[in-house]
Ligand binder design. Structure first.
Ligand code: S3P
Length: 187
């Protein structure tokens, strides 16, 4: 974490894990701003993400997402929700990791399926005859990447958003205290 400024809180995890809801709740409690890389990517693209996938392809979306992440990684003292695929890019993960505390909001494939309701509006799951198999397949690849990038992991399947938010903020406070202790030990 660069500088002595307040670290960011970065939420990562699979589609449907509640990153955006939690980012909003956590930011409200902390009294800071929050951002969502999907919202910024939509603005940069000038059209909704499913249309970017349909008209320009996934690679075009990933390129816009990289721009969004670079913009968000320049902010400090904020909460950032990331798109489910954003951390698969090593440069994105490194840039966000340098800004502060990364929390992986983990849910099982079954919970993903319940929350995304067939995958409407989620191009990574669209057109899949057996969405649960697609979710399992993607999670098998992505889960270890989220874990490796994370300073903390929350298993949030059975948690209400408020409970998950409290849990996330608890981990963030621990991270901040450790950072402050490390800075004191250095000086
Ligand atoms: C994606 C997840 C989506 C969005 C895009 C690609 C992915 O974000 O970035 O559809 O690759 O998992 P959410 O995780 O917010 O649904």
């Amino acid at each position: 974490m660069a500088g002595g400024r307040r670290p960011n809180l970065v939420l990562v995890g699979f589609m449907g894990c509640g990153k955006s809801t939690l980012a909003r709740l956590c930011a409200r409690t902390l009294g800071v701003r929050w951002y969502d890389s999907d919202v910024l990517a939509t603005r940069l693209a000038g059209k909704p993400i499913p249309r970017v996938f349909a008209e320009d392809g996934e690679e075009a979306f990933r390129s816009i997402e990289r721009q969004a992440i670079q913009i968000l990684a320049a902010k400090r003292g904020v909460v950032v929700a990331t798109g489910g695929g954003a951390m698969m890019d090593g440069a994105n993960a490194a840039a966000l990791g340098r800004t502060g505390c990364v929390v992986y909001i983990r849910i099982t494939p079954e919970t993903v399926l319940k929350r995304v309701r067939g995958g409407r509006g989620r191009p990574m799951l669209a057109g899949s005859a057996a969405p649960i198999d697609r979710i399992r397949e993607l999670l098998a690849v992505r889960g270890p990447v989220y874990e490796a990038a994370a300073d903390a992991v929350i298993d949030s399947d059975d948690m209400t958003p408020d409970a998950a938010c409290r849990e996330v903020l608890g981990r963030y406070q621990v991270y901040r205290r450790e950072l402050e202790a490390a800075a004191r030990a250095k000086s």
